[in-house]
Design a protein around this ligand. Structure first.
Ligand code: ADP
Ligand code: MG
Length: 349
């Protein structure tokens, strides 16, 4: 009798991380893979074609689950190995049985799968871990939210004290505390942005208009820092679908980094363009600032990675998350001492 598993398929089935035993209508072994020959201590050539019942000394036909599947078509899950192969000395496997049917649905055989419990457990653990992490994230967001209120109070009183202590030796303590307070508030704001769900208000909007708005928004800060900003918008850019408030945040974070990289008199360029072939719009934000070495580029999207004294290390991560959520792409080119180009591609449907 010819075994089911020959040559190529033999090899494939031997590499399965599960044990496999196939019997035909007459109850003869038609396939057995390496895991199962290993488990039961038989050789494939010696058992192929022979009655399963004889090989494994199955006494009562009625109680053997594989034979039950063969006769009734009923399939079983989560069986002990003993339920299929009596006297088998193994645990760590969970067994399921399945009927093998022809095209007309007639049972022509049955098979048993021996799955290592460890693998299932691993999967189960991974799911539990993911759930725990999601819960932790939610809790953290709620907690951070709660921290905001007392901070506002502390901030208010510090400002009062700052006035009282003006000109005294203690003034610098208060100033330091207020600076740190700004930092903590910035961290909280960014953390909350990060924990916000990805998709909120999606609508069609014009990217050129958004960039114009952003340019006006950052104008005063640029003036304060004595920086030049240039915006060049390409004509005929098609509208894109997305959350323009979130995208505004994404671009602001990138622009803010550009500002931080520049010194007085530095220039920041923003440019929009449209690729009609590949159907995406592109925003390029270029600074001629300090630039980044390879190590910094590799780390810049990691949470809390910052090279700044008062940085949060969340800005780029937030931008990337928002752009990812829009099906877009962010690309960074940078050279130390020369500057940085951040390109954001967003799809147009
Ligand atoms: P933060 O600005 O709070 O440090 P970000 O996530 O926005 O955090 O940026 C992470 C780091 O990436 C910055 O600290 C900086 O080292 C680097 N970086 C980002 N953008 C630029 C840029 N345009 N020029 C130079 N370095 C940059
Ligand atoms: Mg930043």
């Amino acid at each position: 009798m010819i075994g089911l598993m020959e040559g190529w398929s033999d090899l494939a089935l031997d590499h399965l991380p599960v044990g496999l035993l196939i019997i035909d209508q007459e109850g003869c072994i038609r396939g057995i893979n390496q895991v199962l020959t290993g488990l039961t201590g038989v050789k494939r050539e010696q058992v192929t074609g022979l009655p399963f019942q004889e090989i494994y000394e199955v006494e009562q036909t009625g109680s053997n689950k594989l034979l039950q599947t063969l006769t009734s078509g009923k399939e079983f899950q989560h069986l002990e190995p003993e339920a299929v192969i009596p006297g088998i000395r193994t645990n760590g496997y969970t067994i399921s049985t399945h009927s093998v049917r022809n095209k007309s649905g007639v049972i022509i055989g049955a098979l048993a799968l021996f799955t290592p419990v460890g693998r299932l457990q691993e999967l189960e653990n991974a799911v539990i871990k993911a759930e725990k992490l999601a819960l932790l994230g939610q809790l953290a967001a709620e907690m951070v939210h709660e921290i905001r209120n007392p901070l506002t109070t502390i901030n208010g009183f510090l400002q009062l004290l700052q006035k009282d202590l003006k000109g005294t030796t203690r003034e610098e303590y208060i100033n330091l505390m207020l600076t740190e307070m700004i930092r903590v508030n910035g961290l909280i704001k960014q953390f909350l942005q990060l924990s916000r769900p990805g998709y909120s208000k999606r609508k069609q909007f014009c990217l050129n208009k958004l960039m114009n708005d952003i340019s006006m928004l950052v104008e005063s800060e640029a003036m304060l820092r004595k920086l030049d900003i240039h915006l060049m918008t390409a004509p005929d850019i098609p509208p894109i679908l997305g959350d323009n408030e979130q995208l505004k945040q994404a671009f602001l974070n990138i622009i803010k980094n550009g500002f931080d990289a520049l010194s007085k008199g530095g220039k920041l360029f923003m440019q929009t363009s449209w690729n009609s072939h590949e159907k995406f719009v592109k925003v390029m934000i270029k600074d001629t600032g300090v630039g980044m070495d390879k190590q910094t580029i590799a780390n810049m999207f990691y949470p809390f990675f910052t090279t700044k004294e008062s940085g949060t290390g969340l800005g780029m991560l937030i931008s990337k998350k928002i752009i990812d959520n829009h099906g877009g792409q962010i690309d960074v080119q940078s050279e130390p001492g020369k500057g940085t180009i951040v390109s954001v591609l967003l799809p147009v449907d």
